[in-house]
Design a protein around this ligand. Structure first.
Ligand code: HEC
Length: 259
């Protein structure tokens, strides 16, 4: 037995349907803007340009990574660096006068720029060609050094901030999906399909929102946050498009039947 739905979008006056279509376009447009906002907001958690997974992990879990320069020196690289020079380098890198002391004349031969010039530049210049050389990590200028001298320490947002943000996001995003789901049920599209999209998008939202908290303990869950959020966004967009299409298309004969 086929159950007839009492409220069918295309049985409404065209002006009403255009109104719904315009509102849905505005809603989706708003989501595109939030997407942009999101990518700008998290962009620079790590020092790499663009929105990377590290930015997301940084925001929800935090990221700690030692400075590559410190790691190399501590691991005994390069082999023939004298102990006093290695210690001078490490002391400088662990201090908080990195830029000031890099080529501080008062430090004489122990100035980092001097140690690097004598011990590293055979291999670490852009033009180094020796068999052992490593031109992809140049150490010629302060700018080169600066990019590998600092350890990464990205702190996650505080629990109160996450709670505040979620208190605004979770209800709104859920209600938007409920409204869109409701409207798509009133379109001419097959309800099995719209129901499936709604269910998957809803699950995506739940995983995303729960992930904000789980990622605090389990960094890998950041991927679930991104995938869940992506699924929610895709589902919302699909449902929105279906509503827009249904509202703008001519009503057809189905409308008369159900009106
Ligand atoms: C004989 C050539 C040679 C010298 C001298 C040398 N390096 Fe290297 N360096 C390499 C090579 C080859 C690698 C890449 C393979 C490896 O990690 O051992 C490397 C890797 C590194 C890395 C790791 C880069 C990364 O992120 O993968 C750092 C940092 C580094 N060197 C710093 C230094 C410093 C500082 C000095 C001087 C105190 C120095 N190196 C002297 C050849 C050299």
């Amino acid at each position: 037995m086929k159950q007839r739905h009492p409220f069918v979008l295309r049985s409404l006056p065209y002006s009403f349907r255009v109104g719904i279509a315009l509102l849905t376009i505005t809603l989706l447009g708003g989501y595109i803007v939030s997407g942009l906002h999101l990518s700008w907001h998290y962009d620079n958690r790590d020092e790499e340009p663009g929105l990377t997974m590290n930015d997301i992990i940084g925001a929800y879990h935090g990221v700690q990574a030692p400075s590559p320069l410190v790691a190399a020196l501590e691991s005994g690289h390069p082999e023939d660096l004298s102990d006093p020079e290695r210690n001078a380098m490490l002391e400088w890198l662990r201090g908080d006068r990195l830029s000031q002391d890099y080529d501080n004349l008062d430090l004489g031969e122990n100035a980092p720029s001097e140690i690097i010039a004598f011990n590293c530049l055979d291999c670490h210049t852009r033009t180094a060609t020796g068999e052992q050389s490593f031109p992809s990590v140049p150490l010629e200028y302060w700018d080169d050094i600066q990019s590998i001298a600092y350890s990464k320490d990205i702190q996650p947002a505080g629990e109160n901030i996450v709670a505040m943000s979620q208190h605004a996001h979770a209800p709104t995003m859920a209600i938007i999906l409920i409204v869109l789901g409701w409207l798509t049920v009133c379109t001419r599209f097959w309800k099995g399909l719209t129901g499936l999209i709604l269910m998957v998008a809803a699950a995506g939202l739940l995983v995303d929102m729960a992930g904000w908290w789980i990622t605090r303990d389990i960094a890998e869950f950041a991927y679930a946050v991104v995938i869940g959020g992506g699924i929610y966004a895709a589902g919302t967009t699909l449902l929105g498009l279906m509503i827009i299409i249904d509202c703008l298309l001519p009503a057809g004969k189905g409308a008369a039947e159900s009106a």
